[in-house]
Design a protein around this ligand. Structure first.
Ligand code: SF4
Length: 911
């Protein structure tokens, strides 16, 4: 693509790096004059944005020059919350931090709670926590969209989020569920442009018609928390009309695998297996039980069969069909609850089937499947889905997300042309094989990284009594599949000493006293609360790292100032959150384009420095010297996770000429920098679709180190989609009294209910607790397209778009309450109340009110003027959301611990 020059001579130098004004990670060219940033331009050569730059990306220059940037390490001298600090030198700051941390590690490493907010360095931070030896580590996924990630990983080894994408080139029908304009925004905008040009239909399911909804062909204003019910009604209709892809189901899912029906037995509900542990099906061709992973069989998907031991078993598809053909999932039964007319549900189901089957075609490309069979083309199912936080941030989000994946599977569209496509390194196992670390080795390190995917109750972090071993209670019987941790529980639990007190809370880029906290006012009290017996803070020490003077800074004892994204290296790794496309594995770096003009250091450098000072095994050599004296850049290039496997896949090997696996290359970062800061490894043409069962893809993925070698013959069992969630059934059996690791009695009924191997719908708890009469409205926040981080609302350019927020209500709702636009209302939940200014919005379903996220700021923060509109006229719904429910559980999904932000119910009173 031709490079578009800036309009006039903008600078004397152009340096290339990667944007960090949102999680999209577009390529940018930064124009400098006299060493100062003058202009930021989209990089037309970059695969993510192809030159496109959004308003946030442009405003990066103001982020970089922000008056709110921290300038030097700070040590608290007043009370917490007073913002009274003394500037100190780095030597003193690092000596204090390493002194606190070394004592913790010597006494009990779990007394360090290390939680990082929005972060692109989890491959480093998780490894650091593992080396330190604490189980109490997590990043921000638990309060973001872990339901999306977990449901995907436990169902098909992939996810929406940014780990898969609609087949923009071929889809004829796209449904977007609960998607705001944040993650992946430039690729989605570019993709929607393609769909519009081709006349493909775009349907948006969201209580609020904003952003993508505005350009959709159809907006379905669903009631919050009922998406799963809608999806199950669509499944009902497809099954009823027999409009499903059975061939796809038996090739790629466990639809035909036999489920043992032996109530009371320890393997009831598990998959029947042969003596080698391979799953069984009933082969209609031979009339016998057969290897369900085998080739040349004609498996039954319905029926009642007898196993060799005389017990009964049925194909999982039959269980699925029985469930969703039940009238309770019929369009007429769900219409009112979802706020969608039954005829609309029937029409959408028919349109999905029409797109999948009548608009199908064959993409000519020969390929070889896992059984070695050649195919002359890829069969298309040109219907695609994308979903995000609007689905995930409900207490029923895990099962809702699973229902969406079941819908996709019935249509045969996951990784088919026109469907939802895996982006390498996905697919991974269903779920991936890495379990959370739980045992400390003799050198003090954990046996694995603290976050992972439990596959059975044995993988949980619970003590002998079944009580949580982690501070946030992730991987406990309360939230067994909390695969991203539960950051939203950390401050409350640390304050309460529940399940135990911590010594040091170490947080990075997590505004946990404000817009990333539920129950915000109370959270601030907890941060400053003292134990009356000792007079000491209940959370004894807080180290906080940020680039900006956010609300959270006020509550820290020690503040370590980070750089801006234009002043440091970052690594956008396949071990973490790469920028791959379905056609290529792609990773990237950020490089410093300017030197800091303040006394600040990149957090990753600081973390490695602290690790060396503490003598953490991976961070020091045998002589005790730092293993990565060159900081994060040194680590990116030279760290090996396994022999030949590092953070970046490009320019590996001593000569820089190997891809995927290879020895560290000290010149790797220079090679990336010379090549627009990214590396792309294209998937072979024959491996572009059906990646989960495509030998051409799997051989390539194995070669690059994305997948371990296949264990057996035929299909890889770990890549077969779990239409029926056998992993979930393992937990349910434990609740029924089977196995060595069982839940405490108090948790059995809850685990039994929520670990259903087939998706089911239940009303969000808040909708049940807060009765319709008392709190009749749902209240949501949407992240604006012009502001991604809380950071953005102190950015001089972005503040000109919105420096205050209003509560948007449907005109009918406003009329019911007798309020006019601009008037103020009291917004009350069962927990707390705030005041807000009303705005009218026809694009919101009448039972919902909403506002932009993270505009309201706390006075004194962000170096904003004392009369800034963000302080006076901005507000946060977070104040209204309790972090715990009356029954003592976190306000979260019971399966994954995902924060249930969008379950909030309120009422309005005119002021
Ligand atoms: S979409 Fe995100 S990464 Fe891309 S330019 Fe905008 S802010 Fe930057």
């Amino acid at each position: 693509m031709a490079r578009v020059p800036p309009a006039s001579a903008t600078g004397d130098q152009v340096r290339t790096t990667t944007c960090y004004m949102c999680a999209c990670r577009c390529g940018i060219d930064v124009h400098l004059r006299d060493g100062k940033v003058r202009y930021i331009q989209g990089n037309p050569r970059h695969p993510v944005n192809r030159g496109v730059l959004c308003a946030k990306g442009n405003a990066g220059i103001m982020q970089h020059n922000s008056p709110a940037r921290l300038r030097k390490p700070l040590l608290r001298v007043g009370e917490r919350g007073e913002r009274a600090f003394r500037e100190i030198e780095w030597d003193e700051a690092l000596a204090i931090a390493s002194g606190w941390l070394s004592r913790v590690r010597a006494e009990d490493p779990d007394r360090l709670a290390f939680f990082t907010g929005r972060d692109q360095s989890q491959a480093l931070t998780g490894w650091w926590a593992q080396q330190f030896g604490t189980v109490n580590y997590a990043a921000h996924g638990g309060f973001c969209s872990v339901n999306m990630a977990a449901a995907g990983m436990y169902t098909y080894g992939g996810s929406f989020w940014e780990f898969g994408e609609p087949d923009w080139a071929h889809t004829r029908y796209l449904m977007m569920w609960g998607v705001a304009e944040d993650h992946d925004s430039n690729p989605i905008k570019l993709g929607l442009g393609q769909l519009k040009a081709r006349g493909a239909k775009i349907v948006v399911v969201n209580p609020v018609r904003s952003g993508y909804g505005a350009v959709a062909d159809e907006w379905i204003g669903i009631r919050p928390g009922t998406d799963g019910l809608f999806a199950m009604a669509l499944i009902h209709e497809l099954l009823r009309a027999d409009r499903i892809d059975l061939d796809y189901l038996v090739r790629h899912t466990n639809a035909h695998w036999l489920v043992i029906d032996d109530r009371g037995a320890p393997d009831d509900g598990m998959i029947a297996r042969d003596s080698e542990g391979r799953p069984l099906c009933f082969d209609r061709g031979s009339g016998t039980l057969a290897d369900a992973l085998g080739c040349g069989i004609q498996p039954a998907v319905v029926g009642d069969f007898t196993l060799a031991d005389g017990r009964r078993a049925r194909p999982s598809f039959q269980l699925l069909a029985q469930r969703y053909l039940d009238p309770q999932y019929g369009p007429d039964a769900v219409a009112e609850r979802c706020g969608i007319p039954a005829d609309t549900i029937r029409r959408i189901a028919a349109e999905l089937a029409h797109a999948a089957f009548e608009q199908s075609f064959v993409l000519p490309q020969s390929w070889t499947d896992v059984h070695g069979r050649r195919h002359e083309g890829f069969v298309a199912r040109p219907v695609s889905m994308h979903a995000m936080r609007g689905i995930a941030a409900h207490a029923n989000g895990f099962h809702t997300c699973r229902a969406l994946h079941v819908l996709q599977m019935l249509l045969g569209s996951i990784d088919a042309p026109g469907g939802h496509r895996f982006q390498p390194p996905y697919p991974k196992g269903t779920p991936p094989g890495n379990r959370p670390g739980k045992t400390r080795r003799p050198d003090g390190t954990l046996d694995a990284a603290p976050l992972g995917y439990p596959q059975s109750p044995q993988d949980l972090l619970v003590d002998a009594d079944g009580q949580p071993r982690r501070l946030d209670k992730a991987f406990s019987w309360q939230h067994p599949l909390a695969v991203h941790g539960m950051m939203h529980s950390v401050i409350r639990n640390a304050w309460a000493g529940d399940p135990y007190p911590v010594d040091t809370l170490f947080m990075f880029m997590a505004n946990m006293s404000w817009n990333s906290a539920m129950n915000t006012r109370q959270t601030q009290k907890m941060l400053a609360d003292r134990d009356p017996a000792t007079g000491e803070y209940r959370i004894p020490r807080i180290i906080y790292v940020d680039a900006y003077d956010s609300e959270m800074v006020a509550w820290a004892d020690l503040v370590l100032p980070d750089t801006t994204y234009l002043e440091r290296y970052d690594c956008i790794s396949v071990l973490d959150r790469p920028i791959s496309e379905a056609d290529a594995a792609i990773d990237a770096i950020r490089q410093p384009v300017v030197a800091p003009d303040r006394d600040v250091r990149p957090f990753q450098d600081v973390l490695l420095d602290l690790g060396a000072r503490l003598g953490l095994p991976g961070m020091v050599r045998e002589d005790g010297s730092a293993r990565y004296p060159g900081g994060y850049a040194d680590y990116i290039a030279n760290h090996e996770r396994a022999p030949g496997v590092g953070l970046l896949i490009g320019h590996r090997g001593e000569q820089g000429d190997t891809v995927g696996k290879g020895a560290p290359n000290p010149a790797q970062l220079e090679a990336y920098a010379a090549d627009d800061c990214f590396f792309s490894a294209p998937v072979p043409e024959a491996g572009l679709y059906y990646k989960m069962a495509n030998r051409d893809y799997l051989d390539w993925a194995q070669q690059l180190g994305f997948l371990p070698p296949a264990k057996g013959r035929g299909s890889r069992e770990e890549l077969v989609f779990q239409l029926y969630g056998e992993t979930l059934q393992r937990f349910r059996l434990a609740a029924r009294g089977h196995g060595e690791v069982q839940p405490p009695d108090a948790e059995r009924a809850r685990v039994e209910r929520f670990f259903d191997p087939l998706p089911f719908w239940y009303a969000p708890f808040e909708h049940v607790d807060a009765t319709a009469d008392d709190y009749p409205l749902s209240a949501l926040t949407q992240r604006p397209m012009f502001m991604y981080h809380a950071w953005g609302s102190q950015n001089r350019w972005l503040r000109q778009i919105a420096a205050r927020n209003v509560l948007y209500v449907h005109p009918d709702t406003a009329a019911e309450h007798g309020v006019q636009p601009g008037e103020r209302v009291r917004v009350e939940s069962a927990h707390a109340a705030i005041e807000a200014e009303v705005g009218l919005h026809e694009g919101v379903e009448p039972g919902t009110v909403w506002t932009w996220n993270a505009i309201g700021k706390q006075k004194g923060a962000w170096k904003l003027a004392g009369n800034a509109p963000e302080f006076r006229r901005g507000f946060l719904l977070n104040h209204l959301i309790p972090e715990r429910r009356a029954d003592g559980y976190a306000h979260a999904d019971p399966v994954t611990g995902q924060a249930a932000w969008f379950d909030l119910r309120v009422r309005l009173r005119k002021l």
